[in-house]
Ligand binder design. Structure first.
Ligand code: PLP
Length: 309
C-alpha cells in the first residue's frame, strides 16, 4: 500500500490513515469513573479538542515527536523522561507515564504497518479553568527524507535572542522545555526560506551555537564528535544521543561543549538530528558550501533506522 509523502509539514501524495488516541487519565492524580478506559481511539478527523483548550489558545502545553521504525518506538524511555521534565518545567501535574506510554503504543498498533511512522504526543494545560490536562497521540506515516539525507540541507545561523545561560538565569522562559509554543520555531524556517535556505541553527545572543528549531546539531572534528551542551536552554535530543551511541561504537570520541560559529571552520561534518528526519547532513552554512560524507551519513542513518545487523 502507498503512504503519503511528507516533506516538513506537507503531505505530498496518497494517504495512509493516521490514528488518534485521546488520553483520559493523563495525570497520576486523575480518577476515572468505574470501568472507564484510560485512553480511547477516536476518528482523527473528528472535532475532539475544545476551542478553549489552553494548548490551542495559548500554546500552553508540551509535546514529543516519536519516531517509529517497523513498529518499534525509538528511544521511548528517553522521550517519556523528556516529557516528564517538560511537564515539571511548566508546573503541570505529575503525569501518568504508564498510561501515556500505553496510549502511544495503542496509537502505533492501530496504524497500518509501515517502515517509518511519527507519533506526536501532546499534553496541554487543558480546557481553561478546568485544571485538567488534555492529551492525545496522533500517529501518521509517509515521511520521505531520502533526498535531504543524500544531498544535504542548506542552513543559516539565526540569533535566538537569549544568552547561553538563559536556562539558569531565567527558567520561566522555559528554554529547554519542549513546549507547544513553536510559532517562533516555524517563523525562523520562513526566514530561512527568504534567505534561500532549508533550515536554521540558533545562536545565543552571546554567540554560541545552540540547536535547530526542531533538531539537534552534531559536529565532527576528525575523530571527535561534538554537540552543544544541554545546559544552554536547548533540548537533549534523543536522536543525537542515539547518534552518539553509533559514533562511540565506531571508536569516535563524543562530547558536549560550548561551540561558536568560528569553530565550524575546522569541522569535517555537520548534521541536524531529530526523531522525524533522523539525520540530515548540512551541505551549506550561511551560503558557504560544506562537504558532506554520504557514506558516514548512510551508515549512521541505517543504524538509527535499525536496518543494520
Ligand atoms: N531541538 C528541538 C528544538 C526540537 O524540537 C527537537 C525535536 O523535535 C530536537 C532538538 C531533537 O530532538 P529529538 O531527536 O528527540 O527528536
Amino acid at each position: 500500500m502507498g503512504f503519503p509523502r511528507i516533506r516538513g509539514d506537507t503531505v505530498t501524495d496518497a494517504p495512509s490513515t493516521p490514528t488518534l488516541v485521546m488520553i483520559d487519565k493523563v495525570t497520576l492524580a486523575a480518577t476515572l469513573p468505574e470501568g472507564a478506559a484510560p485512553f480511547r481511539a477516536v476518528d482523527p478527523a473528528s472535532n475532539t479538542i475544545n476551542a478553549t483548550d489552553l494548548g490551542i489558545t495559548r500554546g500552553d502545553g508540551i509535546f514529543e515527536g516519536l519516531g517509529v521504525v517497523d513498529g518499534h518506538i525509538q528511544a521511548f524511555d528517553a522521550h517519556l523522561a523528556r516529557l516528564a521534565r517538560s511537564a515539571r518545567m511548566l508546573d503541570l501535574p505529575d503525569l501518568d507515564l504508564d498510561v501515556i506510554a500505553a496510549a502511544v503504543r495503542h496509537s502505533v498498533e492501530l496504524h497500518a504497518p509501515a517502515p517509518f511512522l511519527l507519533s506526536k504526543l501532546v499534553v496541554t494545560r487543558g480546557i481553561e479553568g478546568s485544571g485538567i490536562p488534555t492529551a492525545w497521540v496522533h500517529t501518521t506515516g509517509g515521511f520521505d527524507f531520502d533526498a535531504e539525507r543524500a544531498n544535504g540541507i542548506s542552513v543559516v545561523l539565526l540569533d535566538r535572542g537569549y544568552r547561553h545561560d538563559v536556562a539558569q538565569t531565567s527558567p520561566w522562559l522555559l528554554q529547554g522545555a519542549k513546549t507547544l509554543s513553536y510559532a517562533v520555531n516555524k517563523s525562523v524556517l520562513r526566514e530561512a526560506a527568504r534567505r534561500g535556505a532549508d533550515d536554521v541553527i540558533f545562536l545565543s545572543s552571546d554567540g554560541y551555537l545552540l540547536e535547530g528549531p526542531s533538531a539537534s546539531l552534531i559536529v565532527r572534528f576528525g575523530n571527535r564528535v561534538v554537540t552543544p551542551r544541554v545546559d544552554l536552554g536547548i533540548l537533549e535530543g534523543t536522536t543525537q544521543v542515539a547518534a552518539f551511541d553509533y559514533f562511540a561504537a565506531e571508536g569516535y570520541e563524543t562530547s558536549y561543549e560550548l561551540l561558536t560559529p568560528a569553530d565550524l571552520a575546522g569541522a569535517d561534518g555537520l548534521w541536524l538530528a531529530s526523531s522525524g528526519r533522523q539525520i540530515a547532513p548540512i551541505s551549506r552554512l550561511d551560503g558557504q558550501e560544506v562537504a558532506i560524507d554520504r557514506d558516514l551519513t548512510d551508515r549512521m542513518a541505517a543504524r538509527l533506522l535499525g536496518r543494520t545487523a
